[in-house]
Design a protein. Structure first.
Length: 231
């Protein structure tokens, strides 16, 4: 079949159910033309068009081209992203990191991600896919001492991705303290008598209280000791 025949198929929405298979059982990968249309046009017609393509779609194409070992196409797509879409890479920082750090062929994107983190670490927290950051990037980001953000703001972002279960060890890395739960209202009740019974004469405590009506969280660190008046 001619090259023109394949290009006509790829330009026809009715043939979006066409698939190609790569590899041998049990590791066959099936690619749909709707997702890899640009790559197939490159294969059959040496045609590359990125008009009206979303940056996330181009990132997916980079990953696919890398899997298919089309290094020339990988280099072209990387160059396009680096020269034209750095701001959008920043907005999709987690996705870009996920893709680029899985391959040694994507050094250009890796460098962009590293530079973005070094120059604007605060902005990474605002990226739309912050929760998909690779583990090593997330840990490196938390460890930085040049973040222009309050600690509580950082942990609010982290809490959104349930870091406690995903990266349980980071607390030990960056909080060199042991916390012992002295009182919990849902467990112990929260009368003044109970509070002073469990918390009096214990130095260096942290107290948090959630206000029922407003959902506000108040409290703080007490470097001294609590002491009731013969309750």
């Amino acid at each position: 079949m001619s090259t023109q025949f394949f290009i006509e198929i790829l330009n026809d929405d009715e043939h979006y159910d066409v698939t190609i298979e790569v590899g041998e059982d049990p590791s066959v990968k099936i690619f749909r033309t709707q997702i890899f249309q640009i790559i197939l046009k490159y294969i059959y017609g040496n045609v590359i068009s990125l008009n009206r393509k979303e940056p996330t779609e181009i990132l997916k194409l980079v990953a696919a081209a890398d899997q298919l070992c089309f290094q020339e196409l990988v280099d072209y797509l990387q160059k396009y992203l680096i020269e034209n879409e750095v701001k959008l890479i920043e907005q999709n920082f987690g996705f870009a990191c996920q893709i680029s750090f899985k391959s040694n062929s994507l050094l250009g994107l890796q460098n962009v991600c590293t530079d973005l983190m070094n120059k604007s670490p605060d902005e990474i927290f605002k990226s739309s896919d912050f929760d998909s950051l690779p583990e090593k990037f997330l840990v490196s980001l938390i460890r930085r001492d040049d973040l222009q953000m309050k600690e509580v703001e950082i942990w609010e972002h982290i809490d959104k991705i349930d870091i406690k279960s995903k990266y349980a060890y980071t607390r030990e890395l960056y909080l060199p303290y042991n916390f012992n739960l002295l009182l919990r209202g849902s467990r112990d009740g929260f009368t003044p008598r109970k509070f002073h019974k469990l918390c009096d004469n214990i130095p260096y405590t942290v107290t948090f209280i959630k206000v029922k009506e407003t959902e506000e969280i108040i409290g703080g660190y007490n470097p001294l000791i609590w002491k009731g008046s013969n309750m």
